[in-house]
Write a protein that binds this ligand. Structure first.
Ligand SMILES: CC(C)(COP(=O)(O)OP(=O)(O)OC[C@H]1O[C@@H](n2cnc3c(N)ncnc32)[C@H](O)[C@@H]1OP(=O)(O)O)[C@@H](O)C(=O)NCCC(=O)NCCS
Length: 170
């Protein structure tokens, strides 16, 4: 994947990106709702290495002007060839500037127009307001609210389920 927007570039991972990834994935507030949890430096290196080759499903998002990694987008097949799942994790130094929405919208465009995908889904916990705001800002609809579906220590998390169809994108 290689996408450019007004302010951002989304490309494949390069090994040198691991330090930028470590900076935000080692933050417990950032990783609170991410199943993998807080990363060590070794986790960040392994994560980047796993996403360098053709099987990559996570892609770094860079500020074009500064040429720095400010987060990553997850984009992966789910339920066969026709449906993809999208997700996002960004560095808190760059929150609330519209970067995640700008990157995610560009990935939807790429998915529907270049890859001819039929349906793109995303999930998050109802407490994760910034995440579902991104889903709504890019035109996704809330399709489901699953109660107590994810085990998290001694408690259960609820989950929102969002989607957008190719025909809705148009
Ligand atoms: C979710 C995440 C990627 C959003 O990144 P971002 O670049 O700040 O996103 P954007 O700026 O495009 O949009 C965020 C929106 O949430 C809104 N928002 C943020 N905090 C909010 C709050 N507490 N209450 C209401 N709205 C809030 C912002 O105002 C903005 O909406 P607006 O443009 O309508 O004002 C970022 O918060 C993140 O990395 N979180 C940690 C990782 C994570 O939880 N990922 C999702 C897992 S499902």
């Amino acid at each position: 994947m290689y996408i450019k927007t007004k302010r951002l570039m989304i490309r494949k991972f390069e090994f040198k990106d691991w330090q930028a990834v470590y900076e935000y994935t080692s933050d417990m507030n950032v990783m609170k709702y991410i199943p993998e949890g807080v990363f060590t430096d070794e986790d960040a290196i392994e994560f980047v290495n796993r996403n360098i080759g053709d099987k990559a499903d996570k892609f770094p998002v860079l500020l074009i002007d500064e040429n720095i990694v400010i987060g990553h987008i997850f984009f992966s097949k789910c339920f066969g060839e026709h449906t993809y799942e999208i997700g996002w994790v960004f560095n808190p130094n760059y929150y609330n500037k519209g970067y995640a929405s700008e990157a995610a919208k560009a990935v939807l465009e790429y998915g529907f127009e270049k890859m001819k995908i039929h349906r793109i889904v995303a999930t998050c916990q109802p407490q994760n307001i910034p995440s579902y705001r991104v889903m709504e800002k890019i035109g996704m609809r809330r399709e489901g609210y699953f109660k107590k579906c994810i085990p998290n220590g001694n408690e259960w998390w609820d989950e929102y389920y969002y989607a957008i169809l190719e025909e809705e994108w148009k």
